[in-house]
Design a protein around this ligand. Structure first.
Ligand SMILES: [Zn+2]
Length: 472
C-alpha cells in the first residue's frame, strides 16, 4: 500500500533509504524525530502519510518563506491543490479565507510567527489537525546553530491546538540539540531516526592560503573543478563581487527580489549557469542532483552549516568535491556576523530603562531606532518578557560565547592535521569510517577531467542578467 501511494502520488518506484521506516512510525500515530541529511527526501516522509490516512490537516511549520514557497511549488507541480500557506506575505483577508475553509486543505504551511497569532491558533485548535510537523527543528534549541526565538514557543502552541501528533525533522542535530527538541516540543516517547551525517561521495578538501592568494586560487579552482559548482561566501556583497570576477558565474542572496532569485535559481537548475556564487540563503529546498562541487570562499559559522552546504553536492551519489579556502583571520567576518545577531548591552539597558519608565512595547522600536521586524528586536522583546535586566545581559553573553565556540569547532575542521571526515563524524557522535578518496589529509584528491557543461545560453543569460541587475 505504501508503494502504491508512492507511485500514484509522487511518481517514484521506490523509497529512498530510511523513508519507509519513518512513514510507518507516522502512520502508527507515534511522535517522530527524524534527522535526515539535506536531500534525503524528508518532506515525502510527512506528506505521504496524509494520503494514507486521508483524515485531517497536516500543519508544517517552517522558518523561511523561501522554503515554504519551494515546498508548495513542488506539491502543486504534482497536481495537489489542497495546499495553503499563512505567512507574512498574505493579506488578512487571504488568511481568513484559508482559515475559514481549512477542510479543503491537506497541507498548511506556516511560519512559527503565524502559528502564534491568536486567531490562527484558535482556528487550528478547532480544526481536525492530523499532524504537526516542525521542519528545521534544530531552530528550537538554544544550542543549535540557527536558534530562532519564535521556535521556542512551539511546544506551548502545540498544546494550544490540542497536542496533535508531532513530527520534528532536521538535517543535523548533535545530541544536546536532539534532547532539546524532544523536551521543548514535549514529544511523547518519539520514534527516532538518525541517518548518518557521512556523505561518502563527497571528498573533503581544505586549502590554507594567504589572504592575497585567495581570489587567484578561486579563479584557478573554478576552472579545474567539476561543475556545476556552488561557491559560498559569508556576505551578500562578497557574493556579488566574486561573481563579477569569475567567468560564467551568477550570484544569489537573500537581498534579491523573489523573482530575481527564482530566475537565477532556475537557470542554475537547468545547467545554463555552471557556477553559482551565493550566501547560505541559496540551496534550501533546491532539488539539484548533479552539483559536483561546493567551494567555501569563507569559513562557515558552524560545522552544521558546513555540512548542510557541502551536502548540496553529489546528491546523485556520484563523486563530488567540497573545498574550503581558509586564510588566517577569515573567522573575523563570522564573529562580526554573530555579534550582529544579538542586542548590544547598551540596547538591552535602554530597552529595560524605557519599559520601566512607562513606555509600551509598540513604542520601543522607535525609541531604540530598530525595525519592529528586526530579528534583534524580536529577541530583545522576548528577553524583556522572560528575564530581568542582568539575566538578559548574561543570556546574550552566554549565547555569544556558545556561538564563538561553535565557530572554533568549524575552524578545527580547517586546522586539524588528522582526518577531516573522522572529526566531522565525531562531532555528530558517530563512529569514523574508513574510505578511499576521503579527505586531503588522508591522501591527495584529484579532480577528474570532465568536459564543461554545454554553455549554449551563456551569452544570452549574461545579456538578460545585465538588463535585470544592471551590474555593468
Ligand atoms: Zn580523511
Amino acid at each position: 500500500m505504501f508503494e502504491a501511494t508512492l507511485k500514484r502520488v509522487f511518481g517514484y518506484e521506490e523509497f529512498r533509504a530510511g523513508q519507509r521506516e519513518i512513514i510507518e512510525a507516522v502512520v502508527e500515530g507515534q511522535d517522530v524525530l527524524a534527522i535526515m541529511p539535506t536531500g534525503g527526501g524528508k518532506s515525502l516522509t510527512f506528506q505521504l502519510p496524509s494520503y494514507l490516512k486521508n483524515n485531517g490537516l497536516t500543519i508544517i511549520v517552517s522558518p523561511l518563506l523561501s522554503l515554504i514557497e519551494d515546498q508548495i511549488l513542488h506539491i502543486r507541480e504534482r497536481g495537489e491543490r489542497g495546499v495553503a500557506r499563512l505567512t507574512s506575505m498574505e493579506s488578512l483577508e487571504e488568511k481568513q479565507e484559508v482559515l475559514n475553509h481549512l477542510k479543503r486543505f491537506r497541507f498548511l504551511y506556516l511560519s512559527p510567527e503565524q502559528l502564534a497569532v491568536p486567531y490562527v491558533t484558535r482556528a487550528l485548535a478547532n480544526a481536525n489537525v492530523q499532524m504537526l510537523v516542525i521542519d528545521e527543528a534544530h531552530c528550537i534549541s538554544q544550542w543549535g546553530h540557527e536558534f530562532r526565538p519564535e521556535y521556542a514557543r512551539l511546544g506551548e502552541l502545540r498544546k494550544q491546538i490540542g497536542s496533535p501528533q508531532c513530527m520534528a525533522v532536521t538535517a543535523t542535530a548533535p545530541e544536546n540539540v536532539k534532547r532539546d527538541i524532544i523536551e521543548k516540543l514535549a514529544l511523547f516517547t518519539p520514534a527516532q531516526f538518525v541517518h548518518s551525517a557521512n556523505r561518502p561521495e563527497i571528498r573533503l578538501i581544505v586549502e590554507r592560503l594567504e589572504k592575497e592568494e585567495k581570489i587567484g586560487r578561486l579563479k584557478a579552482l573554478v576552472r579545474d573543478i567539476p561543475k556545476p559548482a556552488v561557491v559560498y561566501t559569508a556576505t551578500r556583497r562578497e557574493a556579488e563581487k566574486l561573481s563579477s570576477e569569475l567567468e560564467d558565474a551568477m550570484f544569489y542572496h537573500g537581498g534579491m527580489s523573489t523573482e530575481d532569485r527564482r530566475l537565477v535559481q532556475s537557470q542554475f537548475l537547468r545547467d545554463e549557469v555552471p557556477i553559482m556564487v551565493c550566501t547560505s540563503a541559496f540551496g534550501m529546498g533546491v532539488n539539484k542532483d548533479n552539483v559536483r562541487s561546493v567551494i567555501h570562499y569563507q569559513i562557515p559559522a558552524t560545522v552544521e552549516a558546513y555540512m548542510q552546504e557541502i551536502g548540496r553536492a553529489g546528491r546523485d551519489g556520484n563523486p563530488a568535491f567540497a573545498v574550503l579556502l581558509y586564510a588566517e583571520g577569515d573567522e573575523r567576518i563570522q564573529q562580526f556576523l554573530i555579534d550582529q545577531q544579538y542586542p548590544k548591552d547598551e540596547q538591552i539597558r535602554n530597552a529595560y530603562f524605557e519599559m520601566e519608565n512607562g513606555s509600551t512595547l509598540s513604542q520601543l522600536p522607535r525609541l531604540l531606532r530598530m525595525g519592529e521586524d528586526d530579528p534583534v528586536f524580536l529577541l530583545l522583546k522576548q528577553l524583556l518578557a522572560e528575564r530581568s535586566l542582568q539575566e538578559a545581559i548574561d543570556w546574550v553573553k552566554d549565547r555569544k560565547r556558545a556561538r564563538y565556540r561553535q565557530l572554533g569547532q568549524m575552524m578545527d575542521v580547517a586546522l586539524i592535521n588528522t582526518c577531516r571526515r573522522a572529526y566531522l563524524l565525531r562531532y555528530f557522535s558517530e563512529e569514523k569510517v574508513d574510505q578511499e578518496d576521503c579527505c586531503d589529509v588522508c591522501g591527495p584528491i584529484v579532480f577528474p577531467e570532465t568536459p564543461d557543461l554545454v554553455r549554449k545560453n551563456v551569452t544570452e543569460w549574461k545579456k538578460r542578467l545585465t538588463q535585470i541587475f544592471s551590474f555593468e
